[in-house]
Design a protein around this ligand. Structure first.
Ligand code: TYD
Length: 212
């Protein structure tokens, strides 16, 4: 199923600026004739949006965070992502599993091997070959130094539970993303998010040009 469509995720620490390019990329791909499903995590379905609200605003330990993140993902994958890929669409998700490895794993210190087991539960057996793990075909990783990202967020909005974390948390999350990218260099495309917005957009376009 996942081979018929194209699954793209956007990742990066809070304040890296990925969100401002999501709509533009969806528009560019639609312009090029693709049908695009633009979605986000946690969220993307009514149930998962409720779990998002809990994750972002209610105190809980790292285990609960990880379980809720994967529960939301499972629902999102089954109801939105897999069906859209089966229809041959491009799916763009604002975050996917790499965020759980970066935030709950590297950031909170939740065991990475256990996360891999949860990932397998959430992202297999979705009407494809039973053991095929659904992963993005391409992940745009908006990489920005945590102190610069924090500066960008100052005064922009009321911080949620994650945005309110100290700088040290975001240093660990940033390292978590770097580790994920190093482990899957074919899937990850690093975007230098320190550049100004137009230059970041050029990089996004260049990734698609390079990868056809
Ligand atoms: P984000 O995607 O940055 O949305 P917005 O721009 O509207 O704030 O917010 C989602 C937050 O959830 C972000 O801080 C990362 C966090 N998160 C996790 O901790 N684990 C996950 O698995 C996912 C998908 C997100």
């Amino acid at each position: 199923m996942s081979n018929t469509g194209f699954f793209l995720s956007f990742e990066g620490i809070d304040g890296a600026g990925k969100s401002s390019h999501l709509d533009a990329l969806a528009a560019a791909l639609r312009q090029a004739g693709h049908t695009v499903t633009l979605t986000r995590e946690p969220g993307g379905t009514p149930l998962a949006e409720q779990l998002r609200h809990l994750l972002l605003h209610h105190a809980m330990d790292a285990h609960t965070e990880a379980l809720l993140a994967f529960a939301a993902r499972r629902n999102h994958v089954c109801q939105v992502i897999a069906p859209a890929l089966a229809r041959g669409e491009v799916v763009i998700s604002d975050r996917f599993s790499d965020a759980t490895f970066a935030y709950q794993g590297a950031g909170r210190g939740f065991d990475l091997e256990t996360l891999s087991i949860l990932e397998r539960i959430a992202q297999t057996d979705i009407g494809l070959e039973a053991d095929l793990l659904l992963e993005p075909h391409l992940t745009l990783w908006f990489d920005l130094a945590p102190d610069v990202a924090a500066q960008r967020l100052v005064g922009t909005r009321v911080p949620d539970r994650f945005e309110a974390q100290p700088a040290e948390f975001f240093r660990r999350v940033a390292q978590g993303y770097a580790d994920r990218a190093a482990a899957a260099p074919q899937r990850f495309a690093r975007i230098d998010a320190a550049q100004e917005r137009a230059a970041v957009w050029q990089q996004v376009m260049a990734v698609f040009a390079q990868r056809g």
